[in-house]
Design a protein around this ligand. Structure first.
Ligand code: G1P
Length: 294
């Protein structure tokens, strides 16, 4: 079995939907309960077996890199004051996990951001986690569900995997939407949230369609497992929807030659990049953690 150990997390976006919170604090570092949102996303990747994480960032996002680094001065000061337990809790990243950062340079879209990680990812197959999407860590097992399931599936059949979930009509226009293969009953079956990870092939994706044009209601959730070949397709992808180089277009090209599978999501996900959903997510995470403390 070929095990994927690399993951890309794009963090270059300004987070305009999160202003004014995101004006001077990267949106990825805004809290969900007692930790920054990106902390859960990195924990998810590590639980699934990822060892090398590449953040694709921007000049104004260096605080994210610092969050995953050791602050030697703070560490020394805490230990000097006898707060060893607190100091230890800040060094939570396992010794065999590396987090590195590369810059996107120009803001040309998600596809462009993923391609920017190529010099570090090299020839490896890899996962992509969009940090706006935070999967519920309280009711799913990150070592077996969702990303972990997708990595396992890839190891078995070498098919790239994309996590999808059924969304409400009014949300369809915000996402990449899957086009099911003819005769596939997936939409009605998974439409009622079976709440299990299942994997099947799809015909394609449409990026942010209107409800009328949407081929299904299965939306791309923000977790991907890619064969390294996606880089070649990204390198040949030109700007489309929103004037951006779309990951969705490169995925469509990959499908036409190699096929791509979707995995239905287990549990819930939260959009930490949208003010309303972020506030709901904050309350949920805080309530879970307060209940744990009691
Ligand atoms: C991106 C992808 C989209 C996906 C979404 C998930 O869009 O392009 O296909 O459904 O993430 O959050 P964005 O939200 O970056 O505009």
């Amino acid at each position: 079995m070929k095990k994927i150990t690399h993951a890309v997390i794009p963090v270059a976006g300004f987070g305009t939907r999160m202003l004014p919170l995101s004006k001077s604090v990267p949106k990825e570092l805004l809290p969900l309960g007692n930790r920054p949102a990106i902390h859960y996303v990195v924990e998810e990747a590590i639980a699934a077996g990822i060892k090398h994480i590449v953040l694709v960032g921007h000049a104004q996002k260096s605080a994210i890199e610092n969050y995953f680094d050791i602050n030697a001065e703070l560490d020394t000061q805490l230990r000097h004051k006898g707060k060893n337990e607190l100091a230890d809790s800040l060094n939570w990243l396992p010794a065999d996990v590396t987090v590195s950062m590369i810059r996107q340079g120009k803001a040309l879209g998600l596809g462009h951001a993923v391609l920017a990680a190529r010099p570090i990812i090299g020839e490896h197959d890899f996962a992509v986690l969009l940090p706006d999407v935070v999967l519920d860590p309280f009711t799913t097992d990150m070592s077996t569900d969702n990303l972990a399931f997708m990595l396992d599936a890839f190891a078995k059949d070498n098919h790239s995997q994309i996590l999808v979930n059924t969304v409400a009509d009014e949300d369809v226009h915000k996402y990449g939407i899957a086009q099911l293969n003819e005769g596939h009953s997936g939409n009605s079956k998974v439409g009622d949230k079976a709440n299990v990870n299942t994997s099947f092939g799809v015909a394609g994706f449409v990026e942010k369609p209107s409800l009328a044009e949407a081929p299904s209601k299965l939306a791309v959730v923000g977790r991907y497992v890619f064969s390294n070949k996606i880089f070649d397709y990204l390198a040949n992808t030109t700007a489309s929807v929103g004037g951006e180089i779309q990951l969705t277009d490169a995925i469509d090209a990959l499908i036409s030659e190699y096929g791509v599978n979707v995995t239905t999501m287990r549990g819930d996900s939260y959009d930490a990049g949208d003010m309303r959903s972020y506030m709901q997510a904050f309350i949920y995470f805080a309530e879970q953690q307060l209940a744990d403390d009691e």
